[in-house]
Write a protein that binds this ligand. Structure first.
Ligand SMILES: *Cc1c(COP(=O)(O)O)cnc(C)c1O
Length: 342
């Protein structure tokens, strides 16, 4: 039976071309900065995003945390939005690695006024606010438009904060906004982007920023044990991810929108305001047995994550076709129909 995994775009497998690239990659010791393939990936990532320099890191979490370590001093306060990955899904790393305090703004999409009112004044009792962390696309499936995003960056700079962008899915965001990545993040002090999600690389993320920032982040990466050797083996996939996989992301967005429309039904609520990228959020308009639903889905070949507050997230990606979203939606609608009287 064909198994289709809708849990995340992190489940994507490297393409044939990536596997061949790994086989033939030119490599060296990257701690000596001798790996030509890593260097090529880093300069490609820097130029595509409009930053001076880049650092290849093992994960998005490592990239975000290195940014916080590099931008802040111990005891500083950083500002993040309530649903951001940095505060919710990185194991509280900033407390351990950077010893910073976190001010969480109770908004999904931040605005300048709330950022400004969260900045500490100069008072002996207060920590120093030094960094604003933004996210685009948001992990709830929405994107922040270019003008609002630019305003947030300017607003933070105007108040002497640095700005780090968690751009795990920045190429999806740029596509949804019909702009380029460098335009979208223009002015930010650093950004992390993931190669191993919708872009299909098996491992890795990029941290980008100016030369001095990357130099300091490289040292922290070494401190965390992230200095690697012949990393060109996997950097070769990152190059393909950026050069060749960005141009197919629109298929994932189209499939997500198709899935959302197939699911439009009296028994289902689709969260159409969170449909900007390759994520579809939905819930059943009835009580169902969630574990039964997930088991039955698996029996039919669909791997799904459990819901969060009764809301499911489905993700489209490289290894999900239009037929796959059609067959999943058929299964979901039938499950709802069969269970709505229970
Ligand atoms: C996936 C993700 C990360 C972290 O990436 P990992 O490689 O899983 O550590 C950070 N931020 C956002 C918004 C993400 O979706």
């Amino acid at each position: 039976m064909k198994i289709i995994d809708f849990r995340s775009d992190t489940v994507t497998k490297p393409t044939e071309k990536m596997r061949l690239a790994m086989l033939h990659a030119e490599v060296g010791d990257d701690v000596y900065q001798d790996d030509p393939t890593v260097k090529e990936l880093e300069s490609l990532a820097a130029s595509v995003t409009g930053f001076e320099d880049a650092l290849f890191v093992v994960s998005g979490t490592m990239g975000n945390q290195l940014a916080i370590m590099t931008h802040t001093n111990r005891g500083d306060e950083i500002i993040v939005g309530k649903e951001h990955h940095i505060i919710n899904h990185e194991v509280g790393a900033m407390a351990v690695l950077s010893s910073v305090n976190v001010r969480v703004i109770n908004q999904t999409v931040l605005d300048c006024d709330s950022v400004v009112s969260s900045i500490r004044s100069d008072n002996i009792h207060y920590p120093k606010t030094s960094l604003l962390c933004l996210e685009n696309a948001l992990s709830n499936g929405q994107v922040i438009d270019q003008l609002s995003f630019r305003k947030l960056i300017d607003c933070a700079h105007h108040h002497n904060l640095l700005v780090h962008v968690d751009g795990a899915r920045i190429f999806n965001a740029a596509l949804a906004l019909n702009t380029s990545v460098d335009q979208l993040v223009h002015g930010a002090d650093s950004m992390m982007l993931c190669l191993s999600k919708g872009l299909g690389a098996p491992i890795g993320s990029m941290l980008v920023g100016n030369k001095d920032f990357i130099k300091r982040a490289r040292k922290y990466r070494k401190m965390l044990g992230g200095g690697w050797r012949q990393a060109g083996i996997i950097a070769s996939c990152g190059i393909i991810a950026i050069e060749e996989m960005v141009s197919r992301l629109h298929e994932d967005h189209t499939n997500a929108k198709a899935l959302a429309s197939y699911l439009s039904d009296k028994n289902i609520t689709v969260f159409n305001n969170q449909l900007d990228i390759n994520m579809v959020y939905f819930s059943f308009n009835m009580n169902i047995d969630h574990s039964d639903f997930i088991v039955k889905a698996k029996e039919d070949g669909f791997i799904l994550n459990p819901p969060s507050n009764n809301v499911y997230r489905l993700m489209t990606h490289l290894n999900v076709s239009n037929e796959d979203v059609a067959s999943l939606s058929k299964f979901i609608l039938k499950y709802a129909e069969d269970n709505h009287n229970l």
